[in-house]
Write a protein of this length. Structure first.
Length: 342
C-alpha cells in the first residue's frame, strides 16, 4: 500500500514509517525539521528511513499548502497518517503562536489537501491531554473533553473537531487516536525518559515534578505502532458502532480511539526503572506541578481492543532498558562523528 505520513522525522512517525517500510509498503514522508529540539536527531531518524528505496521524503512546513499539495499528489496514498504537530505542554506556555500555526493552520491544510487525493482512511494524532479537567478515571472516548488545561490540549481538541467536520462534509473516513505518554528508543529530548537518562548518565540531578506523585499511562512506541497499523484497517462507518463504548459519529465516518495499555505507573517507578537500567542512582530535585500538567492519565482501552483485538502490553522495565541501550549507542555515534569532523 501507499502511505502519506506527516512527521516522519519525528519520534512516532519514524517508528511507524520504519515498520511500514519493513513490511514492503511505500511511504511518502513530510516533515519540517523544526528546531523545537535538536534537528540532528530528526535527520538521523530520517537517514535510517532513507536507506529504503520505498521511502520518498519532502521537507516542508505544514503551513506551506503548496508543498503539501505536491507531496500528497505524488503520494496518491491509500492511507494518510497526520502525526506532525507542535508537541509539548510546557512549551505552549512559552511559544503559543507555534501551536496555532502548526496544530490549527497546519492541520487544516493537511485535511483540505487530502480532499484532493481522498485516501481510503485518514488517521490523525490527538492526545490524552484533551481530557483536561476530567476527574473520571479511566478516561473513555465517550467522556466530555470540554475543559482543556493547556493551549496544547486545546489545539488537539480543535484538531479532533476539524477532522470530524471534514469527515462529515466530504465523506472522508477518519480515525483520531489519543496517545498516552509514548516512550522508547529514538525518543524526544523534551520528554521525561530522555531527560532522566541524559541527566543520570552525566551525573546531573533530575527534576521531579509533582513531587513524584504523578501517574502516567505510559505506552511503548512499538506497541503504539502495532495499534496504529491495526487501526488503519478498521475504517469507520457513520453510525456503525462496535458497542455502547464506541465514539463513532452518528453523522460521519469518524471516531476517536485511546491507544494505551490501561496501566498507569507512578513517576517514581519510571525513575527506579531508569536507575536499574543505567546502574546509577538519580539525584532527585522534587518540584511542584507545572501549569497545564495532569496529575494522572489512565486510558480505558475497551474500544481499541474491540477494533483491533490488541492492547499495548510491553513492560515498563523492558522499554526503559531498550531506550538506555539506544541512548548510549546514539551518544557514542555522535561523539565519533564529532571526532571525525575535528
Amino acid at each position: 500500500m501507499r502511505f502519506f505520513i506527516t512527521g516522519t522525522a519525528g519520534f512516532i512517525g519514524f517508528h511507524l514509517a520504519r515498520r511500514l517500510l519493513a513490511e514492503g509498503h511505500a511511504v511518502f514522508g513530510f516533515d519540517g525539521m523544526t528546531p523545537y529540539y535538536d534537528p540532528a536527531l530528526k535527520r538521523a531518524r530520517n537517514a535510517v528511513l532513507a536507506r529504503s528505496g520505498d521511502y520518498v521524503f519532502t521537507e516542508g512546513m505544514l503551513e506551506d499548502r503548496r508543498a503539501l499539495e505536491r507531496a500528497a499528489a505524488e503520494a496518491a496514498p491509500d492511507i494518510a497518517v497526520h502525526l506532525a504537530a507542535q508537541a509539548g505542554v510546557r512549551y505552549s506556555l512559552e511559544q503559543p503562536q507555534t501551536y496555532l500555526d502548526s496544530n490549527l493552520v497546519g492541520t487544516f491544510n493537511v485535511l483540505d489537501v487530502l480532499r484532493g487525493v481522498m485516501p481510503k482512511h485518514v488517521l490523525v494524532a490527538s492526545s490524552s491531554s484533551v481530557y483536561g479537567g476530567n476527574a473520571k478515571l479511566p478516561f473513555a472516548e465517550t467522556d466530555r473533553t470540554d475543559f482543556p488545561v493547556s493551549l496544547y490540549a486545546a489545539t488537539k481538541r480543535a484538531t479532533e473537531a476539524m477532522t470530524h467536520s471534514h469527515s462529515h462534509l466530504w465523506d472522508m473516513p477518519t480515525t483520531c487516536f489519543r496517545f498516552f505518554t509514548v516512550y522508547g528508543p529514538w525518543g524526544r529530548p523534551d520528554m521525561a525518559l530522555y531527560k532522566f537518562v541524559d541527566a543520570i548518565e552525566a551525573g546531573r540531578p533530575i527534576e521531579v515534578f509533582g513531587n513524584g506523585r504523578m501517574r502516567r499511562d505510559a505506552t511503548d512506541v512499538g506497541d503504539l505502532v502495532e495499534a496504529t497499523v491495526r487501526l488503519a484497517a478498521a475504517v469507520p462507518e457513520a453510525g456503525r458502532a462496535v458497542g455502547a463504548f464506541d465514539s463513532i459519529s452518528p453523522v460521519a465516518p469518524w471516531r476517536v480511539v485511546n491507544i494505551a495499555g490501561g496501566r498507569p505507573v507512578e513517576l517514581m517507578a519510571l525513575i527506579e526503572a531508569v536507575e536499574q537500567a543505567t546502574g546509577r542512582e538519580a539525584q532527585k530535585v522534587l518540584l511542584p506541578m507545572q501549569p497545564g500538567d495532569a496529575v494522572e492519565t489512565w486510558a480505558d482501552n475497551s474500544l481499541l481492543k474491540a477494533l483491533t483485538a490488541y492492547v499495548p502490553k510491553t513492560p515498563l522495565a523492558a522499554t526503559v532498558r531498550e531506550f538506555v541501550d539506544w541512548y548510549r549507542d546514539y551518544r557514542a555515534s555522535e561523539a565519533g562523528s564529532r571526532a571525525n569532523s575535528d
